[in-house]
Design a protein. Structure first.
Length: 737
């Protein structure tokens, strides 16, 4: 990648481990072969790629790109008989790379490399517009900014700065502005040292690179001492790097649209991780508060990892970590883009952002019914029996997350509801208003990912997968005796639905069939059948059941989706309470063990074989220090086990309507009304009303959802033709019923 440098030397850093990129076959020993290392050959970005060439010992291999001889870029890999080189200057589109062992002879091996611009896109479809650049406000380690954007893609110069960790208490990172390469005279007196997990003791100096890719601002950080280490390259690793690469993600989702992002939402300069020798990479479009679109996040993370490898070399493994929005970003990217991450460690877990919004819509309809349609018709206890949550506040907080689907500004609704959430950087004159600006940008989780959901050609609005046809709200409450048949019937008769602007309507909402299919295929609703099936997952967190919408049922939804997809969830360790040090120790040991397994067994087999003995479900009690209780975690609010007594978990509206805690049925299949499903006796008039409410039948939760399918890994919406679900740049979507 060609970049302008300020404040340091940009290069590329370490001895390369030969890892097969997706879609390429490993060459047979003794034969001539070629493969890309930094990314799949079909998804190269920025004009350069790290490549490995194999040939019999003592045989010279000439490497060309088209008519250009690039053999001089290759050097022997100390770990094998292969040669590794950084090929630069690739043209956009297809580039034919050939290897010859005989002058003038035919190629012994060839590989077509498809290169995309560093500005993107690769597979996320046409970039969303409008899009607000924020490079001029993004703060660098020394307090300066990245500067004004250089083009419409929000590009900026690449800047390398150094910081160091101080001695004393409290320790801190400070800019290292006077550092001279190969000179120790300018090292500050309060410079700390650190000993990494690999046993190297080095000066605690961190190289921080900041630049732009895919319209995002990216950063990476790594221990690198210019006074002692060689300039970074794929062939000279910094002594302090332990070969572990960590992807970080931000948080949130509301207002995550139409901006580049002026902050990362989490701390790049993680002293603990960097001090251990981990390298870190991150970008503004991996912060859901800037971009609530997992497909763009996956594309940006792919490009960030590729650039890291081309700068520093191959890691032993790459992990992803995050909390809340960082948790679902880790999960969705690991599942939809296998190979991107080798393991994930998460907390404050949601399976995906969409599940928050869809559960919110169910709750939103209930709060409207209770407050407007039938005020006074239910006690608070009855409302909670129907909604599933622990308190009215918890119920309302969950319901208000439907605001992520509401583009209409200043809507009056229940307390705390905020429609049309916007980042202040987005000008008001581009924002949607159904009257004043009906063609404006729409602030919803659907419209930010319109390339996947598709659009209505008449309106340009994103199609929606939300559906509540056949849902029997309050079914469990009816069968438990918490509500009467009359209440059950009135609720289901008059709860209604929402339209494309999230206005309340009298009829149930019919989700778009095509949008539903692509929601599953794209991984916007987490599957668990993709990359998550074969990596370690550690979920370590408590939940606040009293409010705030970070509820425990989302953790159990993740576990159940993995079980449904793979037969069990044995590669997931779920703990209640929060003891970060113990969880990190467990995760690190698991990662080291399974990635060291050189057998030819399937990756899932390796992961399960390497699972540590203490990698069991359980919770920590509330003593000091806390003591771990190993036991199967039960989805219940009742004190049926030690852990459920300590950490009760409440339900949600769709589960209380008979659905699975997995929460992964967007549109249910219908079945005829069956009297055996009810523990009450309906009168003849009530039975007639029930049939009128559900003329097509009620949800059959024993069956998969309509159009439900596993994730299509590495899904594309253009321009990449691989695994193309829909070419969003060419397709005119139509609403399908």
């Amino acid at each position: 990648m060609k970049r302008t440098l300020v404040g340091g030397v940009l290069g590329v850093g370490m001895s390369v481990v030969a890892v097969l990129a997706a879609g390429q076959r490993a060459p047979v020993a003794g034969t001539v072969g070629i493969k890309t290392l930094s990314t799949a050959a079909s998804r190269v970005t920025g004009g350069d790629v790290l490549v490995q060439v194999t040939a019999p010992a003592g045989v010279f291999a000439k490497v060309t790109v088209g008519d250009r001889d690039v053999s001089s870029a290759f050097r022997a890999d100390a770990s094998s008989t292969a040669r590794v080189g950084l090929i630069t200057g690739l043209a956009n589109g297809k580039n034919l790379v050939e290897v010859r062992t005989k002058a003038g002879g035919p190629p012994d091996a060839s590989l077509t490399i498809t290169n995309y611009p560093i500005t993107g896109p690769v597979f996320s479809g046409p970039p969303i517009q409008p899009f607000i650049c924020q490079t001029d406000t993004f703060k660098l380690p020394d307090g300066s900014t990245l500067g004004p954007a250089l083009d419409a893609n929000c590009s900026a110069k690449t800047v390398v700065q150094y910081v160091y960790r101080t001695t004393g208490t409290p320790a801190a990172f400070k800019p290292l502005t006077t550092l001279a390469a190969s000179s120790t005279e300018s090292l500050p007196a309060d410079l700390a040292k650190t000993t990494t997990t690999a046993g190297a003791t080095v000066n605690f100096i961190v190289r921080v690179e900041t630049g732009t890719m895919n319209r995002a601002i990216y950063q990476n950080a790594i221990l690198h001492d210019p006074t002692a280490d060689a300039p970074v390259s794929p062939f000279s690793p910094p002594k302090g790097w332990n070969k572990h690469l960590v992807a970080l993600h931000g948080v949130g989702c509301p207002a995550g649209w139409y901006i580049q992002g002026g902050a990362m939402g989490t701390t790049l300069l993680d002293a603990a991780r960097l001090g251990e020798g981990d390298a870190i990479f991150i970008s503004t479009l991996n912060h859901p508060t800037n971009s609530c679109n997992a497909i763009v996040a996956g594309e940006t993370a792919m490009m960030g990892k590729e650039h890291f490898i081309e700068t520093f070399g191959m890691p032993a493994y790459t992990i992803s970590t995050g909390s809340s929005g960082g948790a679902y970003t880790s999960l969705q990217l690991a599942d939809a883009f296998p190979g991107l991450f080798d393991g994930i460690s998460i907390g404050a877990t949601f399976p995906d952002a969409l599940s928050i919004a869809l559960a919110g819509l169910d709750g939103h309809l209930l709060t409207h019914y209770f407050a407007v349609t039938n005020p006074g018709g239910f006690t608070d206890a009855q409302k909670l029996a129907i909604a599933g949550y622990s308190t009215i506040k918890a119920f309302v907080d969950a319901a208000n997350q439907s605001q992520r689907t509401d583009p209409v500004p200043n809507r009056a609704d229940i307390e705390g509801y905020q429609s049309a959430r916007w980042n202040a950087a987005v000008p008001e004159n581009v924002r949607y208003d159904p009257v004043k600006n009906p063609r404006g940008a729409r602030p919803t989780v659907f419209d930010v990912a319109r390339n996947a959901y598709g659009t209505n050609p008449a309106t340009g609005f994103a199609l929606r997968p939300y559906d509540n046809v056949g849902v029997q709200y309050g079914l469990h409450a009816l069968n438990s005796g918490a509500i009467t048949p009359a209440q059950f019937l009135d609720l289901n008769d008059r709860i209604g639905g929402v339209d494309q602007d999230s206005n309340y309507i009298a009829s149930r909402t019919i989700g778009d069939a095509g949008a539903i299919a692509r929601t599953y295929q794209s991984g916007l609703l987490l599957s668990g059948k993709g990359g998550l099936a074969s990596i370690p997952i550690v979920d370590n967190a408590t939940s606040n059941e009293a409010g705030g919408y970070h509820y425990g049922w989302f953790h159990y939804a993740l576990r159940e989706r993995l079980r449904q997809a793979n037969g069990n969830s044995d590669n997931l360790v779920m703990w209640r309470s929060h003891v970060p040090a113990d969880a990190k120790t467990l995760f690190d040991s698991w990662m080291a063990a399974y990635t060291a397994d050189a057998s030819s067994d399937p990756q899932r087999t390796k992961v399960m074989r390497a699972r540590p003995a203490n990698a069991v479900e359980g919770c920590y009690d509330k003593s000091t220090p806390p003591v771990f209780i190993p036991e199967h975690l039960v989805f219940t609010s009742q004190p049926t086990t030690k852990c459920s007594a300590l950490y009760p978990v409440y339900s949600n509206t769709r589960t209380e309507a008979g659905g699975s805690v997995a929460g992964n049925v967007l549109k249910c299949q219908l079945k005829p009304i069956d009297p055996k499903d009810y523990k009450v006796m309906f009168s003849a008039d009530e039975r007639a009303r029930l049939n009128k409410i559900f003329p097509g039948g009620v949800c059959d939760w024993s069956k998969p959802g309509v159009n439900q399918s596993p994730v299509v890994t590495w899904p594309s919406f253009g321009p990449s033709p691989e695994h193309l679900l829909m070419d969003a740049g060419k397709s005119t979507s139509t609403s399908q019923r």
